[in-house]
Design a protein. Sequence first.
Length: 205
Amino acid sequence: MEFSSKLLERAVNEMSQLPGIGKRTALRLVLHMLKQPKERIVSLSESLQTMRNDIKFCKSCHNISDVELCEICSNPNRNEEIICVVEDIRDVMAIENTSSFKGLYHVLGGKISPMDGIGPHDLNIESLVDKVKQGHIKELIFALSSTMEGDTTNFYIFKQIQDYKVTTSTIARGISVGDELEYADEITLGRSIVNRIPFENTLKL
């Protein structure tokens, strides 16, 4: 792709680093921005920079937040005895959109994947186990995607906490094997949370 401007080329190259954005899409987006008032582009740039510099991770659940304790964890109406274990912020948003879950979350920040060099210690698993050890948690709901990595992560956590008095369950398989939670429709995902099954049952399959 030939560019008549080095500034344009640099902007396109930076934009194309975003997931799912190829060079042609990046060029279309950059050219669109050139047509916008400068104030709008400055506002976009400032909002991205502020987000990157000031955003925090909840000290309890590791969800993205503006403050040390996110709105979900600080909400007195949430059930603190039930924790839904998810991969990342997108899964929290997907489940919250169903309005079917009133407990708390724990964001792992990924899944165990030896092929990608991601082990248990690269994820927020230790802090989850610590919560269980404190004895206040009655149920953990595993809500990771139905992939080999997701199942491996579920099983690893299960082994870490199986000696403690906590119920473990997993979302019902209304979500197709291999699917990511963020792409499931709200009704299917909501039913999968409500109709969750004991995790031990999945070990017999």
